[in-house]
Structure formats: structure tokens, C-alpha cells
Write a protein that binds this ligand. Structure first.
Ligand SMILES: [Zn+2]
Length: 199
């Protein structure tokens, strides 16, 4: 039985660790990297290292950034009384595409999921509470995916935020249940945001 030489086997194994990559694709990617001009392969490797070195989480909103605070948090043209809570930095990209949201964001980096052992302390919830109490935030829009975890997390957050005297809203339904916000088309996401309702 033929086995790849060790460095190639290690590369295939590394590719397999990427999300959505099965054994066949991992092999194809590894062979592509070997066939590619050296400069291209080096470019891929060095961009991975550079991203890991230079990108960190904004201390205010939790978004990926290379400056502190991030460009969105620094933007004085945005409405700092409105904070949109999202699960992941990918959701920020989706909302920014709609151009209908001019507030700030807060990234939880996950959703509550007792079955997976993910509790409030695993998410950026303490940071959110601290943030809304110290700034001029008036409304918190919960823009979490319409699945079980998203629903449970929204209710949990609303219970914590309402006693602070904040208006708490949730983006309107109309998104596919269990669907990912990042895959919703811009018009749907826009409608969902503009039709947000108190929670
Ligand atoms: Zn930020």
C-alpha cells in the first residue's frame, strides 16, 4: 500500500483540519500547493502566519481587527446608541452589506448550547453587559440565527438587558429557520433588520 511521503501526508492532514474539507479535497489542495510556483505556496503560508500574528479581537466589540479599537468602533459617523448583537464576525459582514445598519456591533463568538457545554461564561456576554452600562447605548438589537440556540441566547440576553433600562429588540423572522444569517440575501436581511420587534 502506497503512502504519501511524510511531509506530504502532514500537509494533507493539515488541510483536513479546515472546516468543510473532506479527505479528497484535502488531498487535492495539498497536491495543488506542491504543484504551485514556490512564491504562491510561500504566499499562502505567510498570509496564514501574518493573519494569525496581526489580527486580534477588538476589545470593545469582539470583531476581528488589526487596530484597537476596530475601524467600526472608531467610526464617529456611526450611531453609538444602537448595538447589534451577532454570533460571529461573519454576521457583521452580512449586515454591513445591507447598508441599513449604522449602529455598532457586539460579537458573542458563539451561542448558548448546554448540550455542547457552552454556557454564558464562554461567550462575550459579560463584556456586552459592561459595555452597555458604561456607554450611551439605548437599544440592543439581537440579531442571532433563528435556531434553537439563537432563540435561547436571545431570551437569556433580553432577561439580562431589560432591567438595565435598555430597549431590547430582535430582528424580524422571515429568515429561513436554522439558516445562517451570512447566507441570507441582502434584501431579506435588510427587511429583517428594519422590521425588528421588541423582545
Ligand atoms: Zn470594535
Amino acid at each position: 500500500m502506497f503512502l504519501y511521503p511524510e511531509p506530504l501526508a502532514a500537509l494533507v492532514e493539515s488541510m483536513r483540519k479546515l472546516p468543510g474539507i473532506g479527505p479528497k479535497t484535502a488531498q487535492r489542495l495539498a497536491l495543488y500547493i506542491l504543484h504551485a510556483p514556490a512564491a504562491e505556496a510561500e504566499g499562502i503560508a505567510s498570509s496564514i502566519l501574518a493573519a494569525r500574528e496581526k489580527i486580534f479581537l477588538c476589545s470593545v466589540c469582539g470583531n476581528f481587527t488589526d487596530v484597537e479599537p476596530c475601524a467600526l468602533c472608531q467610526d464617529l459617523g456611526r450611531d453609538s446608541s444602537l448595538v447589534c448583537v451577532v454570533e460571529s464576525p461573519r454576521d457583521i459582514i452580512a449586515f454591513e452589506r445591507t447598508r441599513d445598519f449604522s449602529g455598532l456591533y457586539h460579537v458573542l463568538h458563539g451561542l448558548l448550547s448546554p448540550i455542547d457545554g457552552i454556557g454564558p461564561s464562554d461567550l462575550k456576554i459579560a463584556e456586552l453587559l459592561q459595555r452597555v452600562q458604561s456607554g450611551d447605548v439605548k437599544e440592543v438589537v439581537l440579531a442571532l440565527n433563528p435556531n434553537v440556540e439563537g432563540g435561547a441566547t436571545s431570551i437569556y440576553l433580553a432577561q439580562l438587558l431589560r432591567p438595565l433600562g435598555l430597549k431590547v429588540t430582535r430582528i424580524a423572522h422571515g429568515l429561513p429557520v436554522g439558516g445562517d444569517l451570512e447566507f441570507a440575501d441582502t434584501a431579506t436581511l435588510s427587511r429583517s433588520f428594519l422590521g425588528r420587534q421588541p423582545l
